[in-house]
Design a protein around this ligand. Structure first.
Ligand code: DP6
Length: 373
């Protein structure tokens, strides 16, 4: 599929009533990282992620047709403005508007009906706002899905497969990693010769059978630093242009996709662990070697990593860690080690979390439309 397949034409607004749409959309954690992109939001390398479950954004999109007093479209404001208000956790958030407007502008070519409506967007996260957990994946994912449900109202013949592909395509234009939040449990984004159906334009389900070792895999998120990040992902991605190690990094990531694909199929937990931890540290190595350089890990991030390594060596556990663009640590482990690892987290790792905060999550199936709330 290419971009033109996502352009929606010839719609008829006469049959549509005002209404509201709700989507619950999870966050995701990358195993092989997306870090570096080019216009229009095309990743420099393939990434793969576990879709999460307990960490999600719930978004309600209330829509009503935009009309002049005479029932015709108000073409002056229609030209330049999208008409929407945004509420986050019950509060009107005008400072969120530019980001949403930029998103609408980017997707307007594919969803030309956006300016025919007035929207009220109401959003909330299951995780604390200040937790340092990036909400752009779940937030942009949820909004893209709401837009797609509205498109479906205008085009009831749309298939589920097209719906999901286009939702992921639109989400990508909001935030790259958001395209991996539409479905689950394992999503690939970025064209890769060994992953059938993979695309730079949208996320696709990992197409091969996943070994039972990874069934219901656990992710406990240790909240090391609950503040705002000093360097945004957008800035970090941009620093991969002219980065001295960029070329090798993109090559390494694509080769890690081949390796992790095999490990996920044959259940090789040691290979999985080596791959995932190396990816996390390579991501942060890119940050430390960019110009300007920066460090997002905190002393407690490193203490946790060392504790995990000691515990693994001493107990032969299959526990491992990954990081996203921040100081928090995602602790990954098989479901059957849940009790043992949770005890270890409580006794050894919790002390390194801000106010002892951590979130127990596991692999999820993807976004869900909510009919009545
Ligand atoms: C380190 O998707 O947040 O989490 O496309 O600019 O919105 P934008 O960036 P974003 O980057 C995520 C980076 C990462 C790795 C990953 O999720 O693959």
């Amino acid at each position: 599929m290419n971009e033109t397949d996502f352009i929606f034409k010839n719609y008829n607004l006469s049959n549509i009533a005002n209404g509201s749409i709700t989507w619950k959309t999870p966050s995701n954690i990358a195993l092989v990282k997306y870090w570096g992109k080019r216009e229009p939001q095309i990743p420099e390398n393939t990434s793969i992620s576990f879709t999460l479950d307990a960490c999600f954004t719930l978004t309600i999109l209330e829509y009503s047709k935009r009309q002049t007093p005479h029932g015709e479209r108000d073409s002056a404001s229609h030209e330049n403005n999208f008409n929407f208000e945004i509420y986050f956790e019950g509060e009107k958030k005008n400072d969120f508007k530019p980001k949403i407007a930029t998103f609408f502008k980017r997707i307007e070519k594919y969803a030309p009906f956006l300016k025919d409506f007035e929207f009220i967007i109401k959003s909330e996260n299951s995780f604390p706002h200040s937790s340092g957990i990036a909400s752009s994946a779940s937030g942009m994912g949820a909004l893209a899905l709401c837009v797609m449900s509205l498109e479906k109202e205008l085009n009831s013949a749309m298939t589920d497969a097209y719906f999901n592909k286009k939702a992921s395509f639109l989400a990508r234009l909001g935030s790259g990693s958001a395209c991996r939040s539409v479905e689950g449990p394992l999503i690939v984004w970025g064209k890769h010769p060994e992953i059938e159906g993979s695309s730079d334009l949208f996320g696709t389900k990992f197409p091969y059978k996943i070994h039972d070792n990874f069934k219901n895999y656990q992710d406990t998120i240790l909240l090391v630093d609950e503040g705002e990040k000093q360097v945004s992902s957008t800035v970090g991605h941009a620093l991969m242009h002219n980065h001295p190690f960029a070329k090798q990094r993109f090559k390494q990531a694509n080769s890690n996709i081949s390796k992790i694909s095999i490990a996920l199929q044959n259940g090789d937990l040691s290979a999985f662990i080596a791959n995932v931890e190396s990816e996390a540290l390579s991501l942060h190595a890119m940050m430390m070697t960019s110009n300007p350089y920066f460090i997002l890990m905190k002393p407690n991030t490193l203490k946790i990593i060392n504790e995990i390594w000691e515990f693994r060596a001493a107990t032969k556990s299959n526990i491992c860690f990954t990081l996203d663009a921040g100081a928090n640590v995602h602790v990954l482990f098989p479901e059957k080690e849940k009790e043992k690892v949770n005890n270890f987290i409580k006794s050894n790792l919790m002390q390194f979390c801000q106010e002892n905060h951590y979130i127990c999550d596991s692999i999820g199936k993807g976004a869900k439309k909510i009919s009545n709330i």
